[in-house]
Design a protein around this ligand. Sequence first.
Ligand code: KG4
Ligand code: ZN
Length: 340
Amino acid sequence: MEKEILILAIESSCDETAAAVVRNGREVLSNVISSQIDLHTLYGGVVPEIASRKHIERINQVITQALLEASCTLQDLDCIGVTYGPGLVGALLVGVAEAKAIAYAAHLPLVGVHHIEGHVSANYIEHPDLEPPFLCLIVSGGHTHLVIVKDYGVFEILGRTRDDAAGEAFDKVARAIGLGYPGGPKIDRVSREGDPDAVFFPQGKLEDNPYDFSFSGVKSAVLNYLNHAQMTGETIRQADIAASFQKSVVSVLVSHTMQAAEDFGMDRVAIAGGVASNASLRAAMEEACREKGYRFYRPSPILCTDNAAMIGCAAYYEFLKGTRHGWDLNAVPNLRLGER
Ligand code: KG4
Ligand code: ZN
């Protein structure tokens, strides 16, 4: 039997301080997430300086708990994996510095992980049968990409957003209709009581690339609708606007993905990133895949939003490929997908 590979993974790219222990890439022994949502809610969004400071306060405790829950010590580990970009520079630096310190002290190899590669890898954890190649829609707070996952950590980017990321659009619209931060989960929740056909909001279509996205149009349409309603004294139903906006975004995400699956002959479709936890997107994508006879993969909601288990999974496949980082590993806030 091959030797087991045990990885301690650290994630601190935004407002979640997270650590996990992952065995052989797909078996999660612990997955500890300390969210800062309550702190940032006061300010209506993530405050980078507060995020960095809270990561510093919490990271040791989170790592200790992850090791404890996995019943292992640093001596049992084979590798330290850490998100080194993209994300908030100060937040990333905390995880990177911590990972380097532990790896150095415990004489362990260090593997830096691209945050988005982590999101995609979340799909491997609960789907033992899933292996590349497959099509993946990545929808997070900072990214919207439609990619073919050609191999572990190897992506062909078919489309991306030209303006706002899908999660960003959810957050901005939520703020505009008075739902506050964090917008995505709140729109998801209130939409269940709303009528998705109450208002028609346009879908961003780009003539030159059928797989690219644009969400600034639908965002502006919601803002215009709100301004108009305010001027005319019309009462607005928050739930109806949320549901109508969500319908517009979900349908464009699904239609672009289905188009790419057909054009590139991909019969396995996955979704990843925080917006992949959206109930309406999950249902619509599942239905569309069922109609076409494609296999549909999605992580559980807790593995869609930021966590370290997905980083441990991505680190494992990078580790197998021989990826190793030195003590000069730095945070790269705008790290591109496919770049090292
Ligand atoms: O992947 P993620 O946790 O962090 C980034 O890497 O950005 O994604 C966060 C984004 C936020 O914009 C948040 O509003 C959105 O994902 N999000 C959702 C839902 N849960 C989180 N959007 C729609 N529906 C949800 N249920
Ligand atoms: Zn993320």
